[in-house]
Design a protein around this ligand. Structure first.
Ligand code: IMP
Ligand code: MG
Length: 187
């Protein structure tokens, strides 16, 4: 079954970032983080589920000591953010006094990360920065500027490399935009 037929005839997938582009961007980000945190130990907080693939690749490019933990937040229903963020899986680790790096797949409205960043500050982190693979600014609602950014993306709904559409298509190695199929043709 090809990727298009998994979506149905009304949508197509258009490649936005190939897996080669992703790999070189992830390597660049890892180097930036290595430089910024040289000589320190980092607690890396991965935002499930989307950032799992990105974090797995990014972490293997780091040469500083790291611990890894996971949170799960939810605000999405299909392609729309509900605007209401919930913590559905909390950390196992005490964050007070730690240097923390949050790893996210994509920032859209900014509501999810604003919520998480507030929470981590309240818990007393020593320092906090955010690394996102994709920064999608067109629908930003909460003022939010990530510290490490892979790709600046103009918009659209993206899938693949961890990004899902209703829990599907995360496993695709490249990142695609879901576009309307006006022609009736299948890509
Ligand atoms: P925000 O709260 O609107 O910034 O949304 C952040 C979360 O929404 C991300 O962690 C993703 O899980 C999800 N998200 C936002 N845009 C997309 C997209 O284009 N494709 C898939 N998931 C997305
Ligand atoms: Mg996410």
């Amino acid at each position: 079954m090809d990727q298009t037929s998994r979506l149905g005839q009304e949508h197509l997938l258009r490649v936005v970032y190939s897996h080669q582009q992703i790999a070189s961007e992830v390597a660049r980000l890892a180097e930036e983080i290595n430089k910024a945190y040289s000589g320190r130990e980092l607690l890396v907080i991965v935002v499930l589920k989307g950032a799992l693939f990105f974090a797995a690749d990014l972490l293997r490019g780091l040469r500083i000591p790291v611990r890894v933990d996971f949170v799960k937040l939810s605000s999405y229903d299909g392609m729309m953010s509900s605007g209401h963020v919930q913590l559905t899986k909390d950390l196992d680790t005490e964050v007070a006094g730690r240097d923390v790096l949050v790893v996210e797949d994509i920032i859209d409205t900014g509501l999810t990360l604003s919520f998480l960043v507030d929470l981590l500050h309240k818990r007393g982190v020593a320092s906090l920065s955010v690394c996102t693979l994709i920064d999608k600014k067109e629908r930003r609602q909460a003022q939010f500027d990530p510290d490490f950014v892979g790709f600046d993306c103009p918009g659209g709904f993206l899938v693949g490399y961890g990004l899902d559409f209703n829990e599907r298509l995360r496993e695709l190695p490249s990142i695609y935009e879901i576009v309307e199929n006006n022609t009736g043709e299948v890509e």
